[in-house]
Design a protein around this ligand. Structure first.
Ligand SMILES: C[S@@+](CC[C@H](N)C(=O)[O-])C[C@H]1O[C@@H](n2cnc3c(N)ncnc32)[C@H](O)[C@@H]1O
Length: 267
């Protein structure tokens, strides 16, 4: 495995997915779960409704279980203190929400998918975690007052929003001064060779795993499609700096194939 890097933000540099000619060709390739603009949310909602029951199993399979350690890293970065209020956006089946609550944060997991929240609720019935509730809602239009949370996380969610910038704006708005904002998502590796290998994995192996174990290749081909339209870790860091967050950091995992963005709302 490539070493994690945890370093100061380099100057903003666009990383193209492929050679320009093939990138243009790829952008034309459609995916039934991706649509720009107003139709985006309905398509994403449909996707997660279809895969909700198999989501956790497939996550383990396609990441070789590594997503668990990346989520643990998110929770470490949250630096939970007694009495902290945490909001986990696009919580899905609740991995990060459960972990935040188990560490003592008064946690709300929010997602717009009824089917993903059903799985989260079943896990909640089994685990009986204290200090945790789940709520159906839109990450781009949060039902909370400003300055409400000490920790705001989003795992593999920002990339799925109609406007990821709007999602970060909402994270910022509901965060208290001093709050930690943490984003975990697929990234774009800076090394060209590694990037090519990684995108080939997303283009070929991941949809195949989706087909074999979930009966739906398109739902998993969507990961690469959504990543093409998401500017990933460097742009999220730019956005955090534009909001005047402090201690903005990019933590590249697996050579940037995954990334955590971290920042603190100024006090
Ligand atoms: C890839 S899953 C991530 C689930 C979980 N955070 C994890 O890391 O395993 C993305 C989640 O984002 C949710 N989502 C997408 N757009 C959303 C929106 N606008 N508001 C709330 N949730 C949204 C989906 O329903 C889905 O559960």
């Amino acid at each position: 495995m490539l070493a994690d890097t945890n370093k100061a933000i380099p100057p903003r540099k666009e990383i193209s997915l492929h050679h320009p000619a093939s990138a243009a060709k790829l952008r034309r390739v459609s995916n039934e779960f991706y649509a720009p603009g107003d139709q985006r949310a309905a398509k994403v909602n449909d996707l997660f409704a279809r895969i909700a029951r198999r989501y956790d199993f497939l996550n383990d399979l396609q990441s070789f279980g590594l997503h668990r350690s990346w989520k643990r890293r998110v929770v470490q970065l949250a630096q939970i203190k007694t009495g902290d209020r945490a909001l986990d956006l696009c919580c899905g089946t609740g991995d990060i929400s459960f972990a935040l609550a188990q560490r003592g944060a008064e946690t709300t997991g929010l997602d717009f998918s009824a089917q993903m929240l059903e799985v989260a609720a079943q896990r909640h019935d089994n685990l009986k975690t204290k200090h945790l509730k789940f709520l159906q809602g839109d990450a781009q239009n949060l039902p909370f007052a400003e300055n409400s949370f000490d920790i705001v996380t989003v795992g593999y969610g920002l990339r799925n929003l109609t406007s990821w910038e709007r999602g970060v704006d909402e994270m910022f708005r509901v965060a208290k001064p001093g709050a930690r904002l943490i984003v975990l998502d697929f990234g774009k590796p800076p090394n060209a060779l590694w990037r090519a290998i990684y995108f080939t994995h997303l283009r070929l192996s991941v949809p195949l795993i989706g087909l074999l174990f979930c009966g739906n290749a398109q739902a998993y081909a969507y990961i690469l499609e959504s990543l093409k339209h998401y500017p990933a870790q460097l742009a999220v860091a730019d956005k955090m700096r534009a909001l005047n967050l402090k201690n903005v950091r990019v933590i590249n995992l697996l050579g940037g194939a995954m990334a955590i963005n971290y920042g603190e709302k100024a006090g």
